[in-house]
Ligand binder design. Structure first.
Ligand code: VTB
Ligand code: MG
Ligand code: MG
Length: 332
């Protein structure tokens, strides 16, 4: 192999670490799943956070949390800036949502997942926990088919044209929130359908990459910024287009963002701005969902399903695991 073709050391390590991330999200998912349906969002979230942190600290990485549970004073664990791993490996950025869809888990409704991304150090957007305007479509469309600053009507018409179908054959995914009343009406005026979800827009954005399975062509609206970066990481691997803009509508939020390196509060982020480098994303189902099945507790085994995306090669792996020896391996 010529030197130019040889993978760099960080790529080799990243390749090995790809499967290590599965263990991290599996453990978080199992911990949260034990509290499914208990109506206790906080407890389920905390269980996932603890499990994820414990596993991350075992990895041979010099990791920094860039998307986490919040800032240090309000989040005792997995706070933004926390260093993770045993320090022996490469410098990496870590983005986590140990339990994405806490309410879904607490109500045992479909779609809650444990999710994380890992990338070369300094390449994931370090975003504060604020809202973000987002737009995403799947792969196969010309660059610029949709744009965050175009109207919903313009975007639906442009997408329908690029897909070669009437707008009535387009379905948009939107978070079911009062803030989206006008957006939903505008989309419906084009003839397109709107599927509303109560939570979980990391998966919602990923749905656009597999319209045949999910029936979703476009994601539109306002969700949280951390979830935006995690979804961008996955899209970098699978393909698709995405744009985001932080909603920094108070002085306090602008200050916080500035401290994290956001110089222009109105900046439009492309997919590559949200996740610039090689990235690996792992997601394990907590409750059953369209992307991954939820954790199943058997008499002697625990089964999990995880999907892992790797941008360097674009490989998507689905890993079904059967776990035993719960005491020994902290799966209790
Ligand atoms: C959003 C969405 C997430 O929570 O963050 C939402 O991106 C919170 O927004 O997927 P609201 O304040 O409107 O509830 C999720 O649905 C779950 O974390
Ligand atoms: Mg969370
Ligand atoms: Mg979340």
């Amino acid at each position: 192999m010529s030197d130019a073709k040889k993978p760099g050391p960080s790529q080799v390590i990243e390749r090995i670490l790809t499967l290590e991330l599965v263990r991290v999200t599996e453990r978080a998912a199992v911990a949260a799943a034990r509290l499914r349906g208990q109506g206790n969002e906080k407890a389920a979230d905390q269980a996932a956070v603890d499990a994820m942190r414990r596993e991350l600290n075992r990895l041979p990485i010099d990791g920094t949390v860039v998307i986490g549970e919040g800032e240090r004073d309000e989040a005792p664990m997995l706070f933004i800036g926390e260093t993770l791993g045993n320090g022996s490996g490469p410098k990496v950025d870590i983005a986590v949502d140990p339990l994405e869809g806490t309410t879904l888990c607490a109500k045992d409704m479909p779609g809650s997942v444990a999710v994380m991304a890992m990338a070369e150090g300094g390449t994931l957007l370090a975003a504060p926990d604020v809202y973000m305007h987002k737009i995403a479509i799947g792969p196969g469309y010309p660059v610029g088919t949709v744009h965050l600053d175009a109207t919903p009507e313009e975007n639906i018409h442009a997408l329908a044209k690029a897909k070669g179908v009437p707008p009535s054959e387009i379905t948009a995914l939107v978070l079911d929130r009062p803030r989206h009343t006008d957006l939903i009406a505008a989309i419906r005026r084009t003839g397109a359908g709107v599927r509303l979800i109560s939570d979980g827009d990391v998966a919602g954005v990923i749905f656009t990459t597999m319209p045949e399975e999910t029936g979703i062509d476009i994601y539109l609206g306002i969700g949280a910024a951390p979830e935006g970066v995690l979804a961008a990481g996955a899209l970098r691997c699978i393909g698709g287009q995405m744009q985001g803009r932080l909603i920094l509508d108070t002085e306090e939020k602008r200050d916080r963002a500035a401290k994290m390196g956001v110089a222009d509060p109105n900046r439009l982020y492309s997919l590559e701005d949200l996740a610039r480098g090689d990235v690996v994303v792992a997601m394990t189902g907590v409750t059953d969902g369209a992307l991954v099945k939820g954790v199943k507790f058997g008499r002697n085994t625990i089964r999990t399903e995880t999907v892992v995306y790797r941008s360097h090669t674009g490989t998507v792996r689905r890993i079904e695991a059967e776990h035993r020896d719960f005491d020994k391996f902290h799966l209790k």
